[in-house]
Ligand binder design. Structure first.
Ligand SMILES: C[S@@+](CC[C@H](N)C(=O)[O-])C[C@H]1O[C@@H](n2cnc3c(N)ncnc32)[C@H](O)[C@@H]1O
Length: 256
């Protein structure tokens, strides 16, 4: 793989360190992968489709979808070597290829897949519109690019608490639904819908520890970290519990 940017190096390290815990702890990600799989299973795809998965993690989407795509030829990929190793272990005996690959720089032949899918990966991309164009080139005519991703309306409770104490959250800036709608590659049709998933945590420590455990804690590097005093103020607001809402966009792009 070519040299990784600093964000990608950080992501590969964070998700790599989380690879063992991820499979049992990443409950929202498992739920979103299963919701995405239901949407993909409802599409009319080529018989025995050639499937590329970007950012496979430990394999939630593959395991949720493979039974509905009998005879599909799968290539699972992820930026993190440790995630790929962990996913490989869950694939034992199944006819699927797997490789380390940066989904923003795929080195694969054009028009070679009938389905490209990714669950909760694209919110980490550095240039999503450009990457969607690149991935669209890998689709055969009639193929589908289907993904779930977090939107800007995610974690309102966390952002509001920052605002109330005069701070800014270091959670990455995700695209709005309007931004996503504008990203459809030319000549392709896009449909999208959005769903929320709320999760309660005992307090903010428990919420942050959970994110760290599953590797999703990588902050927006352009935002200065909170001072210890501001952090204490923030955490105290959630001594009695916190509910965190993930807003997830499900997007289908079809190549004519
Ligand atoms: C939140 S996890 C989701 C994993 C899996 N799709 C799931 O549903 O559980 C994000 C995954 O995306 C991978 N990832 C992040 N940036 C990536 C990139 N540029 N190319 C490929 N994978 C990437 C991470 O290594 C991690 O495994």
């Amino acid at each position: 793989m070519t040299r990784l940017s600093s964000l990608k190096g950080t992501l590969a390290t964070a998700f790599g360190a989380a690879a063992d815990a991820y499979h049992s702890a990443a409950d929202v990600q498992r739920e979103v992968a299963s919701r995405l799989a239901r949407r993909i299973a409802g599409l009319s795809l080529a018989a025995r489709p050639r499937v590329l998965e970007i950012g496979c993690g430990t394999g939630f989407l593959y395991h949720a979808l493979a039974p509905d795509l009998g005879g599909a030829a799968w290539l699972l990929t992820d930026l993190s070597e440790a995630m790929v190793r962990r996913a490989r272990a869950t694939l034992a005996g199944r006819p699927a290829g797997i490789a380390v690959m940066d989904g923003e720089m795929p080195s694969l032949p054009p028009a070679s897949f009938d389905l490209i899918c990714a669950s909760l990966v694209f919110q980490w991309f550095e240039d999503l519109p450009r990457s969607l164009h690149g991935l669209a080139d890998l689709l055969a005519p009639g193929g589908a690019l289907v993904f779930s991703t977090l939107t800007a309306e995610s974690f309102p409770e966390w952002r509001a608490a920052h605002q109330e104490i005069g701070a800014r959250s270091a959670v990455r800036r995700y695209p709005t639904m309007k931004d996503i709608a504008r990203m459809s590659p030319e000549g392709m049709s896009m449909t999208l819908d959005v769903e929320s998933i709320a999760r309660p945590y005992r307090n903010a420590h428990a919420f942050l520890a959970h994110w760290k455990e599953i590797g999703t804690h990588v902050p927006d590097a352009s935002r200065p970290p909170l001072t210890p005093g501001t952090m204490r103020k923030l955490l105290r607001r959630f001594d009695d519990g916190i509910t965190v809402t993930y807003q997830v966009a499900y997007v289908t792009i079809i190549k004519a």
